[in-house]
Design a protein around this ligand. Structure first.
Ligand SMILES: *Cc1c(COP(=O)(O)O)cnc(C)c1O
Length: 467
């Protein structure tokens, strides 16, 4: 080892664990090999029963030893998982972390910093905040915003909505509009029918009703359709707009939504878990017009910002009510200095790993221009594949891509053919493209987040038949 830090921080041998060097080396060697290999082989899930037969008992009184644990992981467990970053994985929302970001995830673990509170994690949180500042700049926000990284979009949406409700309660009580700030019919959230499933699930966790708004003719949530719904439901405290729907990549009409919601004093949250990465892409930035005025938004770097799981950036234009909703108070916590922002005060968490750092390292390494180029490349790949679909007699584009999702039809096919074709390609490890539903019809959907996907290869596979 030539690393001078090895001398500075000798690896301690624990009186309980003994010398863990061999176990550490085995794990690090595996990680090193798989960091260099960008694409893990495709693989399929197996039933727990079948895994049990091959794995046996691993949690035993004496342990099975690192060599056997690593063998089982490498030969049995890992092959029964799917890598999200294969360039031909175009299902759900895949991801394509840079190798630098993946490698830095080990550093985050090795540093093992408590990232909830500035006092414990100042340096790491400072770097995370530089990334959050970049995102807030892309949104065109003024100074004064704040945020933190949470595990995923679902958690980010939940924390933002809890904050919005805190603000409504406070305001409505102060206004004398409702006693205790609580509407007798309960709280409600307004969103389009196309909003992500996590909004409904979060509403249920917050014990809120969801009132849905019909889409406009372009498939978006718009102010015109929103206004009458808000007038009918005075108990709505927040409007959720999508900055790229998951199913079709549609960006809601943020500017009109913000206008209508803010006229009524309501919070606007933009769910950009998938799509807000495109704020960094000049060719589509105009679709987000209005984001300058939203009150909060999220983006998942593990989707389209080339970072590994799990990572969601949660941002507040004004964090005042986030503190009120989320800061935890307890005897052992109350000595915490709150002059600098503590990430734990901004979301429903206390302990957290500094999960924004892999993105920080990769952004710092490559520069933001390369991020723009990578996102633009995925948009181009989507356009090329869409053009190919349009040109093919047996295929029809159903939803024109606004970002990097295309939904299309294979003329004459029904649900069974789609499923059989999709399963065969997945099984052969050629491409992951799974059916979806759009306006009740089963269709195919491709999502591009990997700049190394070969559009020609995708089109070749779209031309394959059933046999
Ligand atoms: C993926 C997604 C989510 C959920 O994010 P997780 O990180 O999976 O929790 C929420 N909203 C949208 C629009 C998404 O695409």
């Amino acid at each position: 080892m030539s690393n001078s830090n090895t001398d500075k921080y000798p690896r301690p041998v624990s009186s309980v664990w003994g010398d863990e060097t061999a176990a550490v080396d085995a794990a690090q060697n595996w990680a090193r090999r798989h960091t260099a290999l960008a694409n893990d082989p495709k693989s399929t899930a197996r039933q727990a029963e079948s895994l049990a037969a091959d794995v046996g008992a691993t949690i035993t009184e004496d342990g099975i030893g690192h060599a056997e644990a690593m063998r089982i992981f490498d030969e049995v467990l890992h092959p029964a998982t799917r890598s999200a970053d294969d360039p031909m994985n175009l299902a759900y929302i895949p991801g394509a972390p840079t190798r630098a970001s993946v490698a830095f995830d080990f550093v985050v673990s090795a540093a093992n910093v408590f990232g909830g509170i500035w006092e414990g994690g100042a340096g790491a949180i400072f770097a995370e905040n530089q990334v959050l500042d970049w995102l807030m700049d892309l949104a065109g926000w003024p100074d004064g915003g704040a945020g933190c990284f949470v595990a995923g979009g679902t958690a980010g949406n939940l924390s933002a909505l809890a904050t919005a409700r805190q603000r409504a309660k406070t305001k409505w009580e102060a206004d004398g509009r409702y006693p205790n700030g609580r509407p007798p019919e309960g709280f409600a959230i307004a969103c389009a029918t196309s909003a992500h499933s996590s909004i409904r699930s979060n509403a249920s966790l917050l014990d809120c009703e969801v009132v849905t708004v019909e889409l406009d003719e372009q498939g978006r949530l718009s102010g015109d359709n929103l206004a009458p719904v808000l007038d009918e439901h005075p108990n709505v405290f927040a409007v959720v707009a999508s900055g790229g729907t998951t199913n079709a990549g549609i960006v809601d009409d943020l500017a009109s939504v913000v206008r209508v919601a803010h006229e009524r004093g309501l919070w606007v949250h933009m769910d950009g878990a998938y799509g807000a990465a495109a704020l960094a892409a000049p060719s589509v930035r105009h679709r987000f017009e209005g984001i300058e005025e939203v009150d909060s938004f999220i983006v998942d770097p593990h989707k389209w910002l080339f970072a590994p799981y799990d990572c969601c950036a949660l941002l507040y234009r004004d964090p005042t009510f986030a503190y009120q909703a989320h800061a935890q108070h307890a005897e052992y916590l109350d000595q915490i200095v709150r002059t600098d922002v503590n990430p734990s005060d901004l979301a429903a968490h206390l302990s957290r790993r500094t999960r924004g750092l892999p993105l920080w390292y990769s952004l710092a390494t490559h520069g933001t221009a390369k991020y723009t180029a990578a996102i633009e490349r995925t948009l181009e790949i989507c356009r090329e594949v869409t053009d190919g679909i349009r040109a093919a007699d047996h295929l029809e584009v159903v939803v024109e891509p606004q970002l990097s999702v295309v939904v299309f039809r294979r003329v004459g096919w029904g649900p069974e053919q789609y499923t059989a074709w999709s399963e065969r390609l997945a099984h052969d490890g050629q491409m992951l493209c799974v059916p979806t539903k759009h306006e009740g019809e089963t269709l195919l959907r491709l999502v591009f987040t990997n700049p190394d996907t070969d559009p020609g290869r995708v089109l070749e596979l779209l031309n394959t038949t059933m046999d």
